[in-house]
Design a protein. Structure first.
Length: 101
């Protein structure tokens, strides 16, 4: 069973926590219009797991917001960065630079 997905906003950031997959994203999808209003950053550092449906949702969010202000993913883990690279979305789905060690 998947962990719950939760979210909250803080300023211009939508913060996601839990698992973002095909089982957990329908509720987020239903609230997307209201949640994305004024959002410029999508903080995914609290996500434990993301599948291809989750990446597709992030891509949709990016295209919904790309009306002047760019939506930038922050807190991207190495696993999610790898998934984005596997789908060759690096140029389409902007991520903050990886943190240096």
């Amino acid at each position: 069973m998947a962990d719950e997905l939760s979210w909250r906003t803080q300023g211009q950031t939508l913060i996601l926590q839990g698992e973002l997959d095909r089982d957990t994203l329908p509720t987020l999808w239903q609230h997307r219009q209201v949640l994305l209003d004024g959002i410029r950053f999508l903080d995914v550092s609290g996500l434990k797991r993301v599948d291809s449906a989750g990446v597709a949702l992030m891509l949709h969010f990016y295209h919904q917001q790309n009306r002047g202000d760019e939506l930038v993913l922050t807190g991207v883990t190495d696993r999610l960065r790898t998934l984005i690279a596997l789908y060759r979305l690096q140029a389409i789905l902007p991520c903050d630079p990886p943190e240096s060690v």
